[in-house]
Design a protein around this ligand. Structure first.
Ligand SMILES: [Zn+2]
Length: 63
């Protein structure tokens, strides 16, 4: 009995076995694509932080 999972990237059937080294992805390509999307998403959130902190410093001048 082999458990089948869906590749999060392309929705292909992936057998959950030691041979499927990229599980839950069907291939190295799908794993790289997913991690790449994740990394760029994190980077985008990070770059939005500095402008927010700058606003706080501006408000303290009111005191
Ligand atoms: Zn895939």
């Amino acid at each position: 009995m082999v458990r089948i999972v869906k590749c999060p990237q392309c929705n292909a059937d992936v057998p959950w076995t030691p041979e499927s080294r990229w599980r839950p992805f069907c291939s190295e390509r799908c794993k790289t694509l997913d991690l790449g999307a994740w990394a760029s998403e994190r980077y985008r959130i990070k770059t939005q932080e500095p402008p927010d902190g700058g606003e706080r410093g501006d408000g303290s001048s009111e005191e």
